[in-house]
Design a protein around this ligand. Structure first.
Ligand code: NAP
Length: 259
């Protein structure tokens, strides 16, 4: 049995959608473990503000994850700043709702573009560094929407099921190469995505904010909304050497909503 460590000292971690919500919680958690982070997103100021608040040395890289050129340029900058990427956290995402018959091709493509193609592009950009090092972690923030269906979000659900499928396939391709690929699947989590969903329910149904929030919480068997730090802790665990046998999994952080 070899000795394993959960310290991330010396590891370069690239987190997409790092500026707020779950991405910011993941960044804070991994920086506390000693990781050097490349914080990726579309808004430089918000990313820089986060970088300035973290212990250690970090880089800010601006990119739209759905755009191949923008992703490749950002990875080049991240490597120039902090060296080869050891861990990729594909967290950037958007969740827009619409009944299926009102789901436009534009909305469909946007949900697939950010949530699924973004995950594909960043994984392709990061993997060569991991194969070269014979060590790596790819952690995809999917959703319980990658594990079960929900009404009125078919494009998002399709994209997140795609992320789970990509996770399983890639996990098998790299299984003998020191790299693991896993998905973390949060239930409703207290971030801007949830706040926007609640505002949407209030606008469309006339229910109060409290009623809408209670409805989202009721989907979780624990009757509550997940906190971003709980998702971040699952990611932190997957990053460590001790999680080396966990591969191709979709870990539901949802109080038992999926089992
Ligand atoms: P959030 O607070 O809205 O944050 C989303 C992040 O993604 C932001 O930092 C945003 O950055 C970034 N982003 C969005 N589009 C992007 C693009 N095209 N390119 C680069 N970055 C982009 O939402 P969150 O709840 O933390 O979501 C994080 C992940 O968790 C998403 O994948 C989401 O699907 C998943 N998730 C969330 C919940 C939930 O209930 N909150 C549940 C399950 C799964 P900028 O806008 O600054 O670019």
């Amino acid at each position: 049995m070899t000795e394993t460590s959960n310290s991330l000292k010396g590891r370069h971690v690239l987190v997409t959608g790092a500026a707020r919500g779950i991405g910011a919680a993941i960044s804070r958690s991994l920086a506390a473990q000693g990781a050097s982070l490349s914080l990726m997103g579309r808004k430089r100021d918000a990313l820089q503000q986060l970088a300035d608040s973290l212990p250690g040395q970090h880089a800010v890289v601006v990119a739209d994850v759905a755009d191949a050129e923008s992703v490749n340029a950002a990875f080049a900058k991240a490597r120039a700043a902090l060296g080869p990427v050891a861990i990729l956290v594909n967290n950037a995402g958007q969740a827009e709702s619409a009944p299926f018959h009102k789901t436009s091709l534009q909305l469909w493509q946007q949900m697939l573009g950010v949530n699924l193609t973004g995950t594909f592009l960043c994984a392709q950009a990061a993997l060569p560094d991991m194969l070269q090092a014979k060590w790596g972690r790819i952690i995809n923030i999917a959703s319980t929407a990658g594990q079960k269906g929900y009404p009125y979000v078919s494009a998002y659900v399709a994209a997140k099921h795609g992320v789970v499928g990509l996770t399983r396939s890639l996990a098998l391709e790299v299984a003998k190469k020191g790299v693991t690929v896993n998905a973390v699947c949060p239930g409703y989590t207290e971030t801007d995505i949830l706040r926007e969903s609640i505002a949407n329910v209030v606008a469309k149904t006339g229910r109060s904010e409290q009623e809408a929030m209670a409805e989202f919480a009721a989907g979780n068997p624990q009757g509550r909304i997940v906190q971003p730090e709980e998702v971040a802790d699952a990611v932190r665990w997957l990053c460590g050497d001790a999680a080396g046998s966990i591969n191709g999994q979709s870990i539901s952080v949802s109080g038992g909503e999926v089992m």
